[in-house]
Structure formats: structure tokens, C-alpha cells
Write a protein that binds this ligand. Structure first.
Ligand code: DC
Length: 210
């Protein structure tokens, strides 16, 4: 079984997907972690992000693993570094490169082969798992998105700066050549602005049990 969840930043996708996975006792796959992990590796190695060919060649050589929903980069668990501001700012341009998307998508398919999963990202319902049994699109107003990211306390930016960064990132994510963020025609649309995490989980679980 595949439960696929897409939506912009700060809509609660990761939290919700993690809770659903626990409740149903299936694997949680956070696809953004793969783009973030590659971005971290690129930044650490000093690869020029604007040099697409250099980025692609570098990404081909990285060893990506996923253990207990933690990203393993070249044998090292880097999960707690994936939300650093520099990684958040650069993950979107890195993920806009189609060849990088192919590397990540191949990895996602290999990891999830014959597993029941809840996955979340931007193109789970459209490109990576188009035949998912259950599809959801989580949305929220920009003010709610920014406030949620601010409340996570993982950024050194002000609320206004976070808001500007999210607007920029969502804009990029919606206009990618491949894997752009869009609402799949067969997805259930949930505006989470006025909902708690628990409300959203209930809506999703009730759809699955229908
Ligand atoms: O969900 P997130 O904020 O951790 O994602 C990090 C970046 O990766 C974000 O800019 C969107 C991009 N991404 C993507 O292009 N496709 C996905 N399936 C998941 C994330």
C-alpha cells in the first residue's frame, strides 16, 4: 500500500506522515530528506550550485541510504543537519535539476520496493507514485506556513524572513521543469490552516478506512 502526500512547505506533511506511519505500522518516507541530503553534501564539498553539470556528476557519486526514516549520507546519519538554513535555501534549486530528480526517484523506488509506505514531498502523488492507493494534498495560508516553520525553532531567521524564504521556495517548487508541485486530479485536498495535526490525521485515516 502507498499513501502519498504532497503540498508546499509548512503544511504539516512530515509530522502527519510520521504519525500515520506509526498508527498503521508502515514505513515513513520523507522524500525531501533526499534532496536536503544531497544539498548538504554539495555545500560541504564546496560544489558550485549554479554549475548544473558539476552538481549532477557529484550527486551521482553520493551514497544515499534511509534507516528508521533517517537519511544516511555516505554512511553517516545526517538527519539532524537537514534543516540548517543553508540547506533549506539551496535544496529547491538542487531539486529543480531533472537529472538530480531521476537519481532521487530511482533511490526512492529501490528503497520502497514491496514495502507499505506513507511518503510525502512535492511529486509523490504525480510522478513517483502515480498509482498510490491514497493521495492527499495538504495546503495552508502563507502566514500559517511561516508561523509553523518559525515555531519549529530550527531556523535562525525572523518570521518575516522565513515567510519570504517560503514564498520563494514554493514558487520555485511549483515551476520546476519536472516534478513540479501540483494537485493531482485524484488527490483529496485538505486546507490545514485552521486544523490541528490531529484533525488532519483523522481526515486521512478516515479516508483510508472508508
Ligand atoms: O519538504 P522539504 O521542505 O523537506 O523539501 C526540501 C526541498 O526539496 C523543497 O524545496 C522541495 C524539494 N522537494 C522536491 O522537489 N520533491 C520532493 N518530492 C520533495 C522535496
Amino acid at each position: 500500500m502507498v499513501i502519498a502526500i504532497d503540498g508546499p512547505a509548512g503544511t504539516g506533511k512530515s509530522t502527519v506522515a510520521g504519525i500515520i506511519a506509526k498508527r498503521l505500522n508502515i514505513t515513513f518516507l520523507n522524500s525531501g530528506s533526499f534532496y536536503r541530503g544531497l544539498t548538504l553534501a554539495i555545500l560541504e564539498a564546496g560544489v558550485d550550485i549554479s554549475d548544473k553539470n558539476a552538481v549532477i556528476e557529484f550527486c551521482k557519486k553520493q551514497d544515499l541510504g534511509y534507516v528508521n526514516s533517517h537519511l544516511i549520507l555516505n554512511g553517516v546519519d545526517v538527519e539532524d543537519r537537514l534543516h540548517e538554513d543553508a540547506v533549506s535555501a539551496n535544496a529547491s534549486p538542487v531539486s529543480a535539476i531533472p537529472e538530480v530528480r531521476h537519481i532521487v526517484n530511482d533511490k526512492l523506488h529501490a528503497i520502497t520496493k514491496s514495502l507499505s509506505i506513507v511518503c510525502e514531498g512535492r511529486d509523490m502523488t504525480t510522478v513517483v507514485f502515480p498509482d498510490a492507493e491514497y493521495k492527499f494534498y495538504l495546503d495552508a495560508s502563507i502566514d500559517v506556513q511561516a508561523q509553523r516553520r518559525f515555531d519549529q525553532g530550527v531556523s535562525n531567521l525572523s518570521l518575516e524572513e522565513i515567510k519570504a524564504a517560503i514564498i520563494k521556495r514554493d514558487e520555485l517548487d511549483k515551476n520546476k521543469v519536472e516534478g513540479s508541485l501540483k494537485i493531482a486530479p485524484d488527490a483529496t485536498y485538505i486546507d490545514t490552516s485552521d486544523l490541528t495535526i490531529e484533525n488532519v490525521c483523522e481526515i486521512i485515516i478516515s479516508k483510508i478506512h472508508q
